[in-house]
Design a protein around this ligand. Structure first.
Ligand SMILES: [Mn+2]
Length: 373
């Protein structure tokens, strides 16, 4: 038996306001469709016994028409090829209010599709394998109930758990998102053993244990994911063979951080010119400059740094001045987890009459307690 496990396709994601002149589609949005379509083609040629998608199929709970069409087109191909596909919903596509309804209701109309998206545990038996599914649950009580509801039957040949969230064993695999689901080490909690645990949420391929894997995402939703691999995983259930297959995606490149202390604007410009050599065409580039003196910062404005990157898709500059917090150029605003946001806030406030480090630690401890319950 062979399983193909993928996750975090984020269909409908778009960024940078760059439009393809022929199709009129945001080019970054198209990148995500291309990645999804590559996996669909791989599924049709590899013909696994079952396909598993571990959440964040869509980037948001109300995907646009195009994202819906691309998703349905892919799922229809798998359905028509008589390959069963199990899909759980992730934090990105789960509506905050139940009355919104879910796009998954439409996907459920296809044959050979098994969906878990109602904030509760569901189990599907396919080809003698029990698929235990825990989708994203909007409230902790629902997650607790879902975990308690897991039932292992004695009869099936294999048991596979499919879920979406930040797996917390010795290490926590979080994305720093405000609504992410924190998953305990479910086997340790249940005292049960699955044959394979297919995880979604963390955007990098990681084999936490022999049989516990994040497949990673099919594209990168942030420059923080620059070094991460994109693709899917095939799993041979007889011999625990887990193979990662990478797909071709837009490259992300980080340059620096360049320490600018004591450097004149001209020297910094020359340094960046050197570092820009070999940056691949069409890449998304993050350039970080640190310790820049104020007067140099003003002078550097006269140098056009973009000229060194004429064929990149997007250049993002993060400049940290010696006297100021990071200034960021070309970055979309994003809200991260409450803990991360609180930490950022505490670093930005000056002139407190009490110990800011102590307050920060105390605050984070309380927030973690709340998030962990
Ligand atoms: Mn995701």
């Amino acid at each position: 038996m062979n399983i193909l496990h993928f996750s975090d396709s984020h269909l409908g994601y778009s960024e940078y306001n760059k439009i393809d002149p022929v199709t009129g589609i945001n080019r970054r949005e198209q990148d995500f469709y291309n990645a999804w379509q590559q996996v669909i083609e791989a599924i049709l040629s590899l013909k696994p016994d079952v396909v598993v998608h571990a959440g964040d199929l869509f980037h948001n709970p109300r995907p646009g028409n195009r994202a819906i069409r691309v998703a349905l087109e892919g799922i229809k191909k798998i359905s028509d090829a008589h390959i069963p596909i199990v899909i759980v919903s992730g934090n990105h596509e789960t509506p905050k209010i139940r009355a919104t309804g879910s796009i998954f209701e439409s996907i459920a109309l296809f044959d050979n599709v098994y969906l878990a998206y109602s904030g509760k545990y569901e189990r599907f038996t396919i080809k003698g394998i029990d698929f235990h599914c825990i989708p994203h649950c909007s409230i902790t009580e629902d997650l607790d109930l879902a975990l308690k509801s897991i039932r292992m039957e004695k009869s099936p040949a294999k048991n596979i758990l499919v879920t979406h969230g930040a797996w917390s064993g010795k290490q926590t695999f979080g994305m720093g998102e405000f609504n992410e689901q924190r998953l305990p080490d479910i086997e340790a909690e249940l005292g049960e053993q699955f044959d394979y645990i297919a995880l979604g949420h963390y955007h990098n391929f990681i084999r936490i244990k022999d049989h516990v894997c994040y497949s990673g995402s099919t594209e990168r939703t942030s420059l923080n994911e620059a070094g991460n691999s994109c693709g899917f995983v095939t799993v041979g259930l007889e011999n625990f063979n887990v193979d990662f297959h990478s797909i071709s995606t837009r490259l992300m490149v980080k340059i620096g951080p360049v320490d600018c202390a004591g450097l004149a604007a001209e020297q910094i410009s020359a340094r960046i010119s050197d570092l820009s050599a070999g940056v691949p065409d069409g890449a998304i580039v993050l350039l970080t400059l640190e310790n820049m003196e104020d007067h140099t910062f003003l002078k550097l404005a006269g140098y056009d740094l973009d000229q060194f990157f004429p064929r990149v898709f997007h250049l993002e500059k993060r400049i940290h001045r010696q006297t100021q917090d990071a200034l960021e150029y070309g970055r979309g605003s994003s809200i991260e987890s409450i803990t991360v946001e609180f930490e950022r806030y505490m670093e930005s406030v000056k002139g407190l009459e009490f110990d800011p480090e102590k307050l920060k630690k105390l605050g984070i401890a309380y927030l973690n307690m709340e998030e962990g319950t």
